[in-house]
Design a protein around this ligand. Structure first.
Ligand SMILES: [Zn+2]
Length: 112
């Protein structure tokens, strides 16, 4: 029996337990899609990473419940951390500049 099948069986058995370390570990990088399709079916998923939301396709395979959780761009932990760091930097820059213009009252005027 293959390892992936064994993990899936174990996940399925512990799915009802929200404190299951196995389910938590597995769903950090994967999503569990329960289905009873007898043939492969394409499904659109949305990347749950903050600020991404990209739609990507997964192929549902009969008797398989574990699928990638993130879009192709954010499938590795490194890429996700990079994305979140860059997003945080952009957000703090935007709030600083809106604060500056509101509180300091900077206004730019062009000569006629
Ligand atoms: Zn993404």
């Amino acid at each position: 029996m293959d390892t992936v099948g064994n993990i899936e069986k174990a996940v399925l058995a512990q799915l009802g337990d929200p404190n299951s370390p196995l389910v938590r570990r597995v769903t950090r990088h994967n999503q569990i899609l329960l289905h009873n399709y007898q043939a492969s079916v394409m499904k659109d998923c949305r990347c749950p990473l903050s600020g991404c939301g990209r739609i990507f396709g997964v192929i549902l395979i009969p008797n398989q419940i574990l699928y990638p959780k993130f879009c192709g761009e954010h499938r590795s932990e490194f890429r996700r951390e990079f994305h979140l760091r860059r997003q945080a930097a952009t957000a703090s820059m935007a709030s600083v500049s809106s604060l500056a213009s509101a509180e300091i009252g900077v206004e730019l005027s062009a000569a006629p």
